[in-house]
Each structure stands twice: as C-alpha cells, then as structure tokens.
Design a protein around this ligand. Structure first.
Ligand SMILES: Nc1ncnc2c1ncn2[C@@H]1O[C@H](COP(=O)(O)OP(=O)(O)OP(=O)(O)O)[C@@H](O)[C@H]1O
Ligand SMILES: [Mg+2]
Length: 286
C-alpha cells in the first residue's frame, strides 16, 4: 500500500500530509476511500485542491484495465511446454513441464528424482537449446552421468547445445535447503519456506520459467509416507508427481511408477512407468 508522498501533486505538501496523518489518512487508499467533502474537512483544503489530488492519485495508482481475451492470448504466446524426454511421463504431464509453473517430484531416497532432474535438463538443453539453472543442494548432480547418457545417444558434438534462453530452473533438493531452518524456531522456518515459495512463484511467472523441485518423503504417524515439506508447502507446486519404486527384476532393471497427485490440466491418479538404465530413463511398457 503506497504512502502519501509530497510531490505527487503540487498541492500535496508535507504540511498537508502531516495534517492528514493526524486524521488517520496515511496511504493513497485511505485518501481515495473518503469522499471529497470528508477530505476537505480532514485536510482543511479547498474542494478544488482535494479534487486535483484525487485526480492525480487515481491516474497514477489505478489498475489499468486489460481485456481478458488479450491476456489469454499473451499467456498462450508466452507459455512453453518443456518435455522431460521420458515419453510416459510427458504423456501423463500433458506434454511436460509448463513455464510459469512449479512442478514437484516427490519420492523416497534412491527413487530417481535426481536422475529425472538430470535427464530432463539434458533433454531440454540438447533438444530445445534452452538454458537450465541447476541448483544442486545435496551434491547429487553428476557430470559423469550426463556424459554417459550423451555418449549412449551417440551425440557427437555436445558443444552444439548453445544455451540461448533460460527456461528451466531445477532445485534438487528443496528439503535440503529448508529443513535445517525448520527445526528449532518453527515460526522462522515456516516464514522462510513461504518467502522462498513466493519468490519461486514470482520467478516462474515474471520470467516465464518452468521450475522443477524435488521433495523427499517422511513417515507419518500411521506409518504412511508423506512429503517431507508439509501441508503449507503442498499448496505451492502447480503439479506434483509422486514416484515409487517397483520390484527390481533379476536383470537389474530399475522400474518406477510416477503418480500424478496434483495437476490443473490432467486428472489426478494418472500413472507413468519408467526405467532408469545406464543410458538414461526410458518408458517402461508392462
Ligand atoms: N548409471 C545408472 N544405471 C542404472 N541405474 C542408475 C544409474 N545411476 C543411477 N541409477 C538408479 O538411480 C537410483 C538413484 O536415483 P536418484 O539419485 O535420482 O535418487 P533420488 O530420488 O534423487 O534420491 P535422494 O532422495 O537420496 O536424492 C539408483 O538407486 C539406481 O537405481
Ligand atoms: Mg537426489
């Protein structure tokens, strides 16, 4: 809420502002909420001066009306869908990761969250030629693994992937950043988490980025597993994917099932199966 300041209008002097303050009128909104006659009495100004100030404040602080159809058109033009490169997962996500949104991968240790982050970043940088910012808070990012996947695909010149635009920010993992401050002074930790969440949302929308985060699981009171970052955080991701391990077969395949548990486009409960292999991540057809 903007405070009344001198120089907004030639007649809005510091003396007038001080007088208004004593009358409980501190902000632009306070001024505009009162009708002109009341302000004449409160400020001891002429009717003409009050109208002049109102005129300037309305011109400077009113929201500009925007046509809904234009907004929709702009949103469509600026939106991008970034495929993860894992077919089953992209089908489940209606194309992949959406810019202006936060997508969260949830799952226990070793389920493949970091593998998916690395695979997705490689797919987007190599095939879409888009920049990725990879924030690795646990040291799981493995350049050797990226090289293995690239090599297995026989990509000869990986330097061709010239990064032009930043489109994806990955935070792997978020609990590693947040949990250390969630202990002890709970209220501070909660505030910090919400501040981070707001910044992530703002970043995603203002810069038209897709944000991908990973979240671990903890055991609930009834022995069930639940996301480590709790209920307050659960409102933040636009899309949430929970990943579970399947049995490892004798030939060493690492099968995983991803379940869509939150999404505004697709029905929740959709699943995707994939396998983590030495050459990357592949859709698994049962
Ligand atoms: N080169 C590889 N070939 C086949 N499978 C691999 C390879 N590298 C990793 N994996 C599989 O990926 C798993 C590790 O996945 P990842 O590190 O992504 O887990 P995570 O969900 O990020 O765990 P954490 O919560 O501990 O960070 C391994 O247990 C293995 O099953
Ligand atoms: Mg990891």
């Amino acid at each position: 809420m903007s405070l009344l300041k001198p120089r907004l209008s030639p007649v809005l002097t510091q003396d007038v502002i001080d007088t208004l303050r004593k009358q409980g009128v501190r902000t632009v909104l306070d001024f505009l909420e009162h009708n002109a006659e009341e302000m004449v009495k409160k400020a001891g100004m002429s009717y003409k001066d009050v109208l002049a100030i109102r005129h300037v404040l309305l011109a400077q602080y009113s929201a500009v009306p925007v046509n809904g159809a234009d907004m929709y058109e702009d949103a469509l033009n600026s939106m991008a869908i970034l495929p993860t490169g894992v077919k089953s997962l992209d089908t489940m996500l209606d194309g992949g990761l959406y810019t202006s949104e936060v997508t969260e991968l949830v799952g226990p240790a070793g389920v493949g969250k970091s593998q998916l982050c690395m695979y997705t970043s490689l797919n987007i940088s190599r095939n879409l030629k888009q920049n990725i910012m990879y924030i690795d808070s646990t040291g799981d990012f493995c350049i050797q693994r990226l090289q293995d996947i690239l090599y297995s695909d026989q990509v000869e010149d990986e330097t061709n992937a010239f990064y032009q635009h930043l489109k994806l920010v990955i935070v792997d993992s978020l609990p590693a950043v947040v949990l250390p401050v969630l202990g002890g002074a709970q209220t501070d930790g909660h505030g910090y988490l919400m501040h981070l969440a707001r910044m992530m949302k703002t970043l995603a929308v203002d810069f038209n980025l897709a944000l991908m985060t990973t979240n671990n699981v903890v055991q609930g009171e009834a022995g069930e597993t639940k996301p480590a970052l709790g209920r307050a955080w659960s409102h933040i991701p636009n899309t949430r994917v929970e990943i579970k391990k399947q049995d490892i077969t004798p030939d060493g395949e690492n099968r995983r099932t991803a379940v869509l548990t939150k999404c505004s486009r697709q029905p929740t409960g959709l699943t995707a199966e994939f396998t983590i292999t030495p050459s990357g991540i592949e859709t698994y057809h049962s």
